[in-house]
Design a binder for this molecule. Structure first.
Ligand code: GCU
Length: 613
């Protein structure tokens, strides 16, 4: 079998797949909040895989979906039916993991890959079972014991398929179809500046719950300084009037409420002596939720975040977000980050920088990341992959992006560290885009009225004045709907030389806080030269020096998240000997080596920590 068998031209495939968005008929999974604290059976480890570049397992030769999903792990049997695959004889890949960085021949592969896992299970009376997938990039179809369980679209949010009635006692097997083909109507769409890592990129497990169980809840400190905690708990299949108890033992709090006809129990109670979560004091409280036969535990921090004019207030006090952006790229080994170690390394470097804030770009990162940010006291900007050129006038694309946004919010709504939801990055200023994003912003505010909504905007540059001063103006109409303005700028890299920053002034049409959500430049670690020589560490450090001087002049600047903490893989970066498929704008190389600019930013953040602006 020729090794290049797997890198088929995707033209034929793309045509076939264009029809492959999730149809209404597909089985929609749920999303169990606090899944990582529930009793579960891990299915991580080796899974048999079949690489299926022609989507042969899903479509017949007329490219019609096979009636019952071909690769359902039917064993060649006496029926004499022709079976042309056999998972048990197929190679394996590790889960969690992306196929690109695990097998060289799949490095560039975009398409369909089938995963299969055999496992033992004993059903328990009165117990429901869900197949939990932390994330699968990008489109998934799930079967258990040959029967369809669910479908999911979106590569960076979890989903839970109920499999109670599909499981048997003893031998069971799961088959998961994952396709990461980029599509014009998807989110993200065809063009991105990150590697399209495909596969079951986060944990897979079986989660057990009682018949009636808690699938979602929200507890947050109410704005206005009253010290009261408000929230709700949703109990699935609970008759109205079902009692729900919430306990915060450390505060001697035990509150009781009952579900309404929709299974929702509302809470509002005073919490004396509550310590507010903040970067300086990332206090988390054990919270217990008891409803029906269900008993959930979570670790929740309580804080308020709001805006006041062009200021951001954390717990009612002005806060400056000393940040850095990062991709979910695994340090040292590259590939999609997922482990506790990956999170500790990346947030450890951010902490070392003196950061109290990270922008998790451009999609929701592993839940371990936001859990760790909760514990380390690092505020988080979390974003959906509405990036560059989305099909703004396509209702299916809006529904897809809305679903990803809602899943992102649902998974992390009880994470105190998450202070900002971002609905977009560098999107064109058109009426269709404005309507699309306005809809997402409304959804975010409705699903979570306790946090701020932002987006990374592009800004216009006014022509130079006779004195050589040029002005950046934030006047994107989207700014009207955002709580916090984000702006990406690359003065000194895509725009002129580093010293141009010293002749740049900033204005905003809005009396709102600004976060410079990206700035920076590429440097290959160890490449040295004059500060005027691109790609050298000296040039990158000079960009940072000039940027910091410029940013200090912006009165409504309330934070920054330079691009980027660590070099990351990108198919758009091919400069031999320097990029080699890495975007080199990291302050740290992908092998953990700190570049000179790391020290420049660290020094600035240290000064800000002692003299906040
Ligand atoms: C853009 C974009 C990033 C990209 C960066 C770059 O602004 O948001 O995703 O990686 O610029 O060009 O390095």
């Amino acid at each position: 079998m020729s090794p290049n068998r797997y890198v088929f031209s995707s033209l034929f495939l793309a045509a076939a797949l264009c029809t492959k968005v999730l149809q209404a008929a597909d089985q929609k999974p749920t999303l169990l909040v606090d899944a990582d604290h529930r009793t579960s059976i891990s299915l991580d480890g080796d899974w048999h895989v079949i690489v299926d570049p022609y989507d042969n397992g899903y479509y017949d030769f007329r490219m019609q979906p096979r009636a019952d999903g071909y690769f359902r792990n039917e064993k060649p049997d006496a029926s004499g039916r022709l079976i042309e695959y056999d998972f048990s004889k197929s190679a394996t890949l590790k889960v969690p993991g992306d196929w690109n960085s695990e097998r060289d021949s799949l490095f560039f592969y975009e398409g369909t890959l089938w995963y299969e896992k055999d496992f033992q299970y004993q059903r328990k009376p009165g117990t429901r079972t869900f197949l939990h997938v932390g994330a699968a990039n990008y489109l998934s179809h799930v079967w258990v014991n040959g029967k369809k369980a669910c479908d999911h679209e979106g590569g960076f949010t979890p989903f839970d398929c109920e499999v109670t009635n599909l499981l048997g006692d003893g031998n069971n097997f799961a088959v998961i179809y994952v396709n990461d083909q980029r599509r014009a109507d998807a989110a993200p769409t065809l063009n991105t500046d990150w590697w399209n890592y495909g596969g079951l990129t986060r944990d897979v497990s079986l989660i057990e719950t009682p018949q009636t169980f808690v699938d979602d809840y929200s507890f947050a400190l109410q704005r206005g300084g009253g010290g009261s905690i408000g929230g709700w708990v949703h109990v699935v299949d609970a008759p109205a009037g079902t009692p729900v108890i919430v306990k915060i033992p450390e505060l001697n709090i035990s509150q009781r409420a009952s579900t309404d006809a929709q299974g929702r129990a509302a809470f509002s109670f005073h919490a004396p002596n509550l310590q507010h979560w903040s970067p300086e004091n990332p206090k988390l409280y054990d919270v217990e939720i008891i409803a029906g036969g269900d008993h959930l535990k979570d670790a929740i921090g309580f804080r308020t975040v709001e805006v006041e004019g062009d200021n951001i207030l954390l717990n009612g006090k002005s806060v400056f977000l000393r940040g850095v952006s990062l991709h979910a790229e695994a340090p040292y080994r590259s590939g999609r980050a997922w482990s506790e170690q990956d999170a500790e390394t990346l947030l450890g470097w951010a902490k070392e920088l003196g950061a109290n804030f990270v922008r998790l770009a451009h999609y929701p990162h592993d839940e371990r990341m936001t859990r760790l940010a909760d514990r380390m006291g690092i505020m988080v900007w979390s974003e959906v992959p509405v990036y560059w050129m989305i099909q703004w006038d396509n209702p299916a694309t809006l529904a897809n992006a809305t679903n990803q946004l809602r899943e992102m919010i649902r998974r992390d709504r009880n994470k105190a560290s998450v202070v900002l939801w971002s609905v977009a990055n560098e999107t064109p200023n058109t009426p269709a885009r404005l309507a699309f994003l306005e809809s997402l912003i409304n959804t975010a505010h409705t699903d979570d009225p306790t946090r701020l909504v932002t987006a990374a905007l592009l800004v216009t540059t006014q022509p130079e004045s006779p004195e050589g001063i040029r002005t950046k103006v934030i006047d994107d109409p989207l700014g009207k709907y955002l709580d916090v303005l984000g702006s990406n700028e690359y003065i000194g890299w895509y725009e002129g030389t580093p010293d141009l920053a010293s002749r740049t002034r900033w204005q905003s049409k809005y009396n709102k806080p600004l976060i410079i959500s990206e700035f920076g430049g590429d440097a290959k670690f160890g490449l040295h030269g004059e500060p005027t020589e691109r790609w050298t560490e000296e040039y990158q450090a000079e960009i940072y020096r000039q940027q910091i001087a410029m940013l200090k002049q912006i009165p409504f600047l309330r934070g920054l998240s330079p691009w980027i903490l660590m070099d990351f893989r990108s198919p758009r970066r091919e400069l031999p000997g320097i990029q080699d498929f890495y975007n080199r704008k990291g302050l740290v190389s992908n092998e953990g080596q700190k570049k000179k600019a790391f020290l420049v930013l660290q020094e600035y953040y240290k000064s800000l920590a002692t003299q906040p602006r």
